[in-house]
Design a protein around this ligand. Structure first.
Ligand code: FA5
Ligand code: MG
Length: 436
């Protein structure tokens, strides 16, 4: 059995993204199905709910300058280096990000624009940036390989901390415990992760409180009383360019849904952004706006945001929050595929899974991409339901269950069989797996 690495489709000499043609190389892994999504511009297209959320956020952060039209095609230098990602960070791997070639990729987050935007921001200024972002990720109701984020940041002069404390008191008085219920995190003051060595607590605590208070009052202003109380929880997080860092989750349909990551910007990044870290502190957040739109509009599946069906589009009015009426649910069709990984692929290893599932040349995201590439939006969910190591064969076996469901019609058995056969053929050809 050949020890083969994943090859992303028969290699084309060029790929075209937004009408621009780029040369490919050994790093290219952008499928045409993803490249097409760059043309949708959902976050600036009324009456799409993502456009409405973008505008609601902008009206809450008065005086913040908005950037809604920055190009998704960026360099790894902008997406990673400008934020201090270490060279071996798992996010850089081909298994996690979409590369046009070694030097050009699709942004994986709106933070790619932080340094450039700070450079255009005056002292004590604030800004917002909303954009489509792309990641090779798992497939389920709340994860899609293309999604949208709103990034927000505020600079505060260290000499203005007293003013900020007064503002925080005011914000705190406006928060109604009946609308936002904080679980496992009793107050806004908890900081569980390290302050930067150069930062005094008196210039960081008010910033961290202000960050959490502004986000909490944002949710109070965009979620109408009929959709609250929201159950939320703040937990510690880690980002290469912030410390301390936090994550916010919301309870939706019996599960915790991750809404955003945020933190206090590192001095290095402040300096790269053209500000003086001895004088300016900054907080920043990056929120997934589909993740806000799901509980806000009651949208049960993230794929719906990409729908071209008028039963989706007709339900919304620009700038207005309304409850989404699910259109009739068509039955799911499940198919299982079991296969041996090529000889020489390492044993399953919990730690590598946590780092993005890259084990001895085998990347789980290759699997998800091939399934999406063939099944498109008919794929609702994919799960590995069996994963074992056969000592005698020295090989690892995986069994996956694909759930197919159309949002628009009942699927024919023959059609699902055909898609499953094509997925099986591509897995065999590209990943050199052996079907069991
Ligand atoms: C980030 O992307 C950081 N750039 C956020 C940040 C900004 C931190 C500024 C510090 C300062 P994270 O990878 O956690 O963090 O993604 C942010 C949010 O995007 C998540 O909380 C989630 O709401 C959303 N998100 C992430 N992956 C997906 C996905 N596959 N589909 C839909 N939404 C997603
Ligand atoms: Mg996160």
């Amino acid at each position: 059995q050949a020890r083969r690495r994943y090859v992303h489709a028969p290699r084309q000499r060029t790929v075209t993204v937004l009408g621009e043609t780029y040369p490919t190389d050994d790093y290219t892994n952008l499928p045409p199905t993803i490249a097409e999504l760059l043309e949708r511009r959902l976050h600036v297209t009324p009456p799409h709910p993502l456009n409405t959320i973008r505008k609601l956020i902008a009206s809450h952060f008065e005086g913040f300058k908005s950037y809604d039209d920055l190009p998704a095609v960026v360099t790894p230098a902008l997406n990673f280096d400008s934020l201090g990602f270490p060279p071996d960070h798992p996010g850089r791997a081909r298994g996690q990000s979409y590369y046009i070639n070694r030097g050009i990729m699709l942004r994986t987050h709106t933070s790619a624009h932080e340094v450039d935007i700070y450079r255009q921001t005056p002292r004590s200024g604030g800004w917002l940036c909303t954009a489509d972002v792309y990641r090779r990720d798992e497939i389920d109701r709340s994860h899609y390989p293309a999604f949208h984020q709103t990034e927000g940041a505020r600079l505060v002069n260290v000499a203005d901390m007293d003013k900020l404390k007064a503002e925080n008191e005011e914000l705190r008085r406006g928060i109604k415990a009946s609308r936002i219920i904080m679980e496992d995190c009793p107050d806004f003051d908890a900081i569980t992760n390290p302050l930067q060595a150069s930062h005094l607590p008196e210039t960081v605590l008010p910033m961290a409180q202000n960050l959490k208070l502004r986000i909490t009052t944002l949710f109070m202003s965009i979620f109408p009383p009929s959709t609250t109380p929201l159950h939320v929880r703040w937990t510690p997080d880690i980002f290469p360019w912030t410390s301390p860092s936090f994550q916010l989750e919301v309870r939706y349909r019996d599960a915790w849904l991750e809404l955003l990551g945020c933190g206090i910007i590192l001095d290095d990044t402040i300096a790269r952004g053209g500000h003086n870290p001895a004088e300016e502190r900054s907080w920043a957040f990056g929120m997934g706006i589909e993740r806000i739109a799901m509980p806000l509009f009651g949208v049960p599946d993230i794929r719906l945001f990409w729908s071209k069906d008028e039963r989706f589009w007709k339900q919304f009015k620009d700038g207005q929050v309304s409850k989404f009426q699910e259109f009739s649910k068509y039955p799911p069709v499940e198919r299982d595929i079991a296969f041996w990984l090529p000889v020489g692929m390492a044993k399953p290893h919990a730690a590598s899974h946590a780092a993005g599932g890259e084990v001895g040349g085998w990347e789980e995201n290759d699997l998800w991409d091939i399934i999406r590439e063939v099944g498109g939006d008919l794929v609702e969910d994919v799960k590995i339901f069996d994963d074992f190591w056969n000592e005698a064969k020295g090989r690892r076996s995986l069994a996956i269950r694909i759930t197919f469901r159309s949002m628009e019609r009942s699927l024919e058995r023959a059609e699902v069989n055909e898609i499953t056969d094509e997925i099986t053929a591509k897995l065999t050809a590209r990943l050199a797996v052996e079907i069991r």
